[in-house]
Design a protein around this ligand. Sequence first.
Ligand code: HEC
Length: 193
Amino acid sequence: MKKALIFILTVSGFIWVVSSCGSAKEDQTSASAAPSKDNLVKRGNYLVTSMGCNDCHSPKKMGPHGPFVDTARALSGFQSDAPVPTASAEDVAKHQIVFSGDLTGFVGPWGTSFAANITSDGTGIGNWSLDQFKNAIRNGKYMGLKEERMLMPPMPWEAYRNLSDADLEAIFAYLKSTKPVKNVVPSYRPPGK
Ligand code: HEC
């Protein structure tokens, strides 16, 4: 009788240990499947700063050690009141490319392109859906819209197109969390325009 009782206690203890391990595991899985908003934004910030988005999308100031990001206007693209970079057809034919001084405007054989405002403002990506963002990065579509033109150089969307859904979601969550900066970037100009 005593032996049977010990056996039952041992078995139920074992079951308890096994089942609590199971639930701990489940908790971990659900945590990694749906990261908190905070973690998503943090990861997005990490990706955006490591993948060079600021290099082209942020206006810069000049310092004794070269250009640095103007943090008050970070990610707001080519400034609407900045002089537009130009290059003659002859220069372009000689394969010369012109960059604006703060590296946000570009002239080359593709025409003149301006780094977009990708802050959370309405003049940036503030009103975009996640699907639009994915379509811009994966298929190189302006505004992420199917019927729109292709994005021009030097936006390296082909280098980013294989990012996982989770990474693109994190980048988008971060961009949506940025300080809104109002700035209407000039429209792309085809060659010779
Ligand atoms: C080497 C320069 C460069 C880098 C680096 C770069 N971009 Fe761009 N990006 C551009 C330019 C220029 C455009 C505008 C292209 C056009 O209008 O055709 C653009 C356009 C975009 C657009 C489309 C905006 C619109 O209105 O359609 C998005 C979204 C975007 N970039 C996000 C990013 C993100 C996120 C990163 C970093 C992961 C990044 N870019 C890195 C230069 C760059």
